[in-house]
Design a protein around this ligand. Structure first.
Ligand SMILES: C[S@@+](CC[C@H](N)C(=O)[O-])C[C@H]1O[C@@H](n2cnc3c(N)ncnc32)[C@H](O)[C@@H]1O
Length: 221
């Protein structure tokens, strides 16, 4: 998969995939979007001292990096599992890290997220553990459960197979009661597919450039 780095509106980088005409993050601001949708709307909301996160699409590692920084700032244990079918080449994440280091410190931490082994839970920093899983989300099943889901696949228009009722039923099983899922999509079909899987779904105002996003919760009982 060919990927090109682009600088987004807040100065942070993202990848663009020409064959899909898809970006990894919003061109209005990659960090701004990630912090808004995943850190603030999900991670910050989990009222537990130890939080388990599941991400669909490790990608550039930006969501993981911002979650790791949050874990250190909040002194809150985070165990972060992420599936990815097309991991970056080292040259790609190094180039990405170069862009990132122009606007944010901790590029060492960012490197650690990429250097660590796959398929194995690794202690990245004092409060942050990471397991990167090379797998296809459409066939991925796990008995592990999570408090927070970052649903960050490519868009439903280009990868319809990642946003189906079956996928959300599978994710539902991986959610603890009360767990929260957030995604940048606001599609009506996605909302209905999530509802058919048993999730309580709402649309809320999104970050700059996105009128709305979807937030979904697993009922407590
Ligand atoms: C929107 S990007 C994710 C961005 C990422 N969360 C980040 O912080 O950079 C979508 C990701 O899903 C991955 N992907 C595409 N198809 C997949 C599949 N079937 N299973 C798992 N990951 C997939 C892509 O390679 C890409 O990294």
């Amino acid at each position: 998969m060919q990927r090109v780095i682009k600088r987004t509106g807040d100065g942070s980088p993202t990848f663009f995939v020409p064959e899909l005409n898809e970006y990894y993050h919003s061109m209005y601001g990659a960090i701004q979007e990630s912090v808004f949708i995943y850190i603030d709307k999900v991670l910050r909301q989990v009222q537990k001292s130890k939080v388990r996160v599941f991400e669909t699409g490790f990608g550039s590692g930006l969501n993981a990096f911002l979650s790791c920084r949050a874990a250190e700032n909040w002194k809150k244990d985070i165990c972060y599992h992420s599936v990815e079918m097309y991991p970056l080449q080292k040259s790609e994440w190094l180039e990405f890290a170069g862009y990132l280091s122009e606007i944010i410190e901790d590029s060492l931490l960012f490197g650690r997220l990429h250097e660590c082994a796959w398929e194995k839970e690794e202690q990245i920093s004092r409060f942050f553990r990471l397991k990167k899983i090379k797998a296809d989300l459409t066939t991925y099943h796990s008995a592990e459960t999570y408090d927070a889901i970052y649903f960050d696949a490519f868009g439903p228009d280009v990868q319809t197979e990642l946003w189906t009722p079956d996928i959300f039923r599978n994710i539902f099983k991986m959610m603890n009661p009360g767990a929260i899922l957030s995604t940048y999509s606001s599609s009506g079909q996605v909302k209905r597919n999530m509802q058919s899987a048993g999730l309580m779904v709402e649309r809320i105002p999104g970050p700059p450039g996105k009128r709305q996003i979807i937030l979904a919760t697993k009922p407590l009982n």
